[in-house]
Write a protein that binds this ligand. Structure first.
Ligand SMILES: NC(=O)c1ccc[n+]([C@@H]2O[C@H](COP(=O)([O-])OP(=O)(O)OC[C@H]3O[C@@H](n4cnc5c(N)ncnc54)[C@H](O)[C@@H]3O)[C@@H](O)[C@H]2O)c1
Length: 445
């Protein structure tokens, strides 16, 4: 078994991957520039909410398979392979910001100066084609004084996990992509995955670094495009009496060439990855003289989608000024506390601009919400408190807690029950009969 795996970056990807490896007996040593995260991890607590992670992490720390350190050199010197799992956010112009990847590469290279023997570096962060070799490889060569492919190995191994499902996705990925600078690097990484997965080894694609890098961007662009596509169809459904996007999605999803997943119409997609990855790919394409009209359209549809939900609310209650409006769900999806690029942000801000008294509730994301909305909204401690005396409720994130609500609950709690189902959680026949109701992609007769 490999003697030690280190991680640079303890976010959703780094900490989940590190913890899963440790849970199967790998010795893992983690480094993050954020010392509070290092302390949290060493006390067996994840610094963010992710189902099943805390329990696995606590055990891995207690049993001594995982620890976090505040010194990058200690991490590298006590491992044979280092995964880079730092963030790759976008700059204001949409281009990719490689600051963290560059700083992690420098730290790893400097540590390698002190180490004898070959070491593998694996880029798991999402990076544009050529970055692994031209940025990470070069920086490590300069700082370590070694040659890439000789003194150290280099792979890019994009990650596809979904927040809210990260642990399960890590144990059961659809496939593993390995972009390798040389065969030894690819063999070494494949061996780690063979040991980790045993008889459940997923398909492995070994290829060039640029192919691996582009697979990740093509993957995210396609998924985002599928959702934007069905949202576009939802918007046309809205104009046709009797039309319902859910039925359309079922009808086309049964076509094997299309498939049913990622065809759920709603208030738009959010999260830390789709927008920044699509914008980074667009920027990269423009710099290479290529147009990507499908990616542009995917982003355009999504920019407008949260406002469709606000429009539906406006149609239901006829204006927001001074009206109490409840927003149920703030996280970008259920199962996480992550609000990065959540559509709730645009919905809440528009409602506030239009003069609504907005009250918000989310089962997990309230702390993050307070950092974003400050004193602009009222924060409720429960669904009931959020709905109390409200004139309109907008469902933004499809938490199970909201799925359990009945029309009677809205009627009992609200001053003037009107519900906008931005995630298609409720039976329109039942709701439309009992209260003022609109749902995305539905023009109910
Ligand atoms: N979050 C997801 O669902 C997801 C899924 C697939 C791929 N990705 C990609 O994985 C990468 C990481 O995403 P994330 O959501 O886990 O990020 P994150 O923002 O949650 O965490 C990144 C961590 O890196 C740390 N960091 C920054 N510079 C560092 C350095 N020099 N050394 C050590 N640590 C450093 C930060 O303090 C932070 O804790 C990104 O490229 C992202 O696009 C994310």
């Amino acid at each position: 078994m490999v003697r030690g795996i280190s991680f640079f970056g303890l976010g959703y990807v780094g900490l989940t991957t590190a913890t899963c490896l440790a849970s199967r007996g790998f010795k893992v040593i983690c480094y993050d520039v954020d010392e509070a995260k290092v302390d949290a991890v060493n006390s067996g607590r994840a610094p963010f909410f992710e189902p099943k992670l805390d329990e696995l992490l606590r055990r891995a720390v207690e049993e001594g398979y995982l620890k976090a350190v505040k010194d990058p050199k200690t991490a590298v010197l006590n491992s044979e392979v280092t995964f880079i799992t730092v963030g790759t956010p976008s700059r204001d112009d949409g281009s990719i910001d490689l600051t963290y990847v560059e700083s992690a590469s420098r730290m790893i290279g400097e540590a390698l100066r002190l180490k004898s023997g070959w070491h593998l570096i694996v880029v798991k962060s999402t990076v544009l084609p050529t970055t692994t070799e031209n940025v990470v490889g070069r920086i490590i060569e300069e700082t370590s004084g070694r040659r890439c492919g000789e003194g150290f190995g280099l792979c890019v191994n994009p990650e596809f996990l979904r927040e809210g499902n990260a642990v399960e996705d890590t144990f059961k990925p659809d496939r593993i992509i390995i972009g390798e600078v040389d065969k030894r690097s690819g063999d070494f990484l494949e061996e780690i995955y063979r040991e980790f997965y045993g008889d459940d080894l997923p398909p492995i694609i070994r290829t060039t670094p640029v192919n691996a890098e582009l697979i990740k961007y093509a993957n995210n662009s396609f998924l985002a495009m599928k959702v934007s596509f069905i949202n576009m169809i939802a918007n046309i459904c809205q104009k046709i009496p009797g039309a319902d996007v859910e039925v359309i999605a079922r009808g086309i999803g049964l076509d094997k060439r299309i498939g049913p997943l990622f065809l759920k119409a709603g208030a738009g997609w959010g999260g830390s990855c789709f927008r920044k990855d699509l914008e980074a790919l667009l920027d990269f394409a423009i710099k290479n003289g290529v147009e990507l009209p499908l990616v542009e359209a995917t982003l355009k549809v999504n920019r407008g989608q949260p406002y469709r939900v606000v429009e539906l609310a406006g149609e239901l209650i006829g204006g927001f000024h001074g009206r109490r409006v409840s927003v149920l769900g703030l996280a970008f999806k259920p199962g996480t506390d992550d609000m990065r690029d959540a559509v709730s942000i645009r919905i809440v801000r528009r409602l506030v601009e239009e003069g609504a008294k907005v009250v918000v509730y989310d089962p997990k994301a309230m702390d993050n919400a307070k950092k974003i909305f400050g004193g602009d909204v009222e924060y409720a401690g429960s669904v009931e408190e959020c709905l109390k005396n409200s004139e309109c409720a907008i469902i933004v994130t499809e938490w199970d807690e909201f799925r359990k609500l009945k029309p009677e609950d809205f009627i009992r709690l609200m001053r003037n029950p009107a519900v906008v189902d931005g995630r298609r959680m409720y039976e329109p026949e039942v709701y439309s009969r009992m209260l003022k109701f609109k749902a995305i992609g539905l023009n109910y007769l």
